[in-house]
Design a protein around this ligand. Structure first.
Ligand code: ATP
Length: 266
């Protein structure tokens, strides 16, 4: 049997990149209307934290994530990543969307390698890195397949591997498992948790699911209905390894999150 690559060898970012949002407010202007999506967001995220962002529909979760990604500039306030103001997307921030958005004309391997090729990483190093990442996300055997030959869960794993390829310090995930069936979703949640523990990445995860937030957040924030403001900001005391869902703290944390979602301003 061929030796499995040492997954611990997947490089962990050396820089202690953190995210800082100061006085962030965002207002959309659409058809003469102004929509205040987020207001008064002050947040400092330490490197290696996993921040779950929960809140009712339309409270500005995706807006927050898009601003950290650099797709959108805040109307007021400032966002810094690793101390540097965010003005555009960059290789220090990998993004995973609800839909995998894989390139259908490329193999799974080709999809994961794409950004590395664009960045001029030599073929051999590229290939080694892609193999490691495919193993990390459990797709070691299907690199040669095309996205349409994969299940939805496998496609989302490939999207996660693609986002991790440039070794971003921060992984931003916007409802990454919302389109998957319940069983696949649960499995991928466990896998993402393992990937986070293994790689030490800073994660920002937007989710509607209170369970998902409780399971995956080392820190959880709840936003109020629009304009989104932070109404709960809690560090999780759940064990990082083992079956986090089975410990009593899980149910307690879950119910505090749920209460904050239901009674904004509390
Ligand atoms: N491009 C846009 N132009 C105008 N308004 C927008 C735009 N994008 C979002 N909005 C509005 O801003 C508010 C926040 O949207 P956002 O998508 O950030 O919320 P969300 O919490 O992620 O919602 P959901 O949970 O339903 O995905 C909503 O009222 C939405 O209608």
């Amino acid at each position: 049997m061929p030796a499995k690559p040492d997954l611990a060898a997947v490089p962990v970012s050396a820089t202690a990149t953190a995210v800082a949002l100061t006085g962030v407010r965002h207002e959309y202007r659409s058809g003469g209307r102004r929509i205040l999506a987020l207001d008064g967001i002050d947040l400092r995220l330490a490197a290696g934290e996993s921040l779950a962002v929960v809140g009712p529909s339309g409270c500005g979760k995706s807006t927050l994530l898009r601003m950290i990604a650099g797709f959108l500039r805040p109307s007021h306030g400032e966002i810094r990543v690793g101390g540097i103001p965010v003005t555009r997307p960059g290789p220090d921030r990998g993004v995973v969307f609800q839909q995998p958005r894989l390139f259908p004309w490329l193999s799974v391997h080709g999809n994961v390698a794409y950004g590395l090729r664009e960045a001029g990483v030599p073929r051999r190093a590229r290939s080694e890195r892609v193999e490691q990442l495919l193993d990390l996300v459990g797709l070691g055997d299907v690199g040669a397949l095309r996205p349409y030959e994969l299940s939805g869960g496998m496609q989302q794993r490939a999207a996660i591997a693609r986002a991790l390829a440039p070794d971003p310090a921060i992984l931003l995930l916007d409802e990454p498992f919302a389109a998957l069936d319940a069983l696949t979703r649960e499995r991928l949640q466990e896998e993402l948790r393992a990937i986070w523990l293994r790689t030490g990445k800073t994660l920002v995860l937007v989710t509607h699911s209170v369970d998902e937030a409780a399971l995956l957040g080392s820190r959880i924030i709840v936003l109020s209905p629009r304009p989104g403001t932070v109404v709960l900001d809690e560090q999780s005391a759940l064990p990082r390894v083992g079956q986090a869902r089975d410990v009593p703290e899980f149910a307690a944390l879950r119910s505090r999150i749920l209460q904050a979602v239901r009674t904004p301003g509390s």
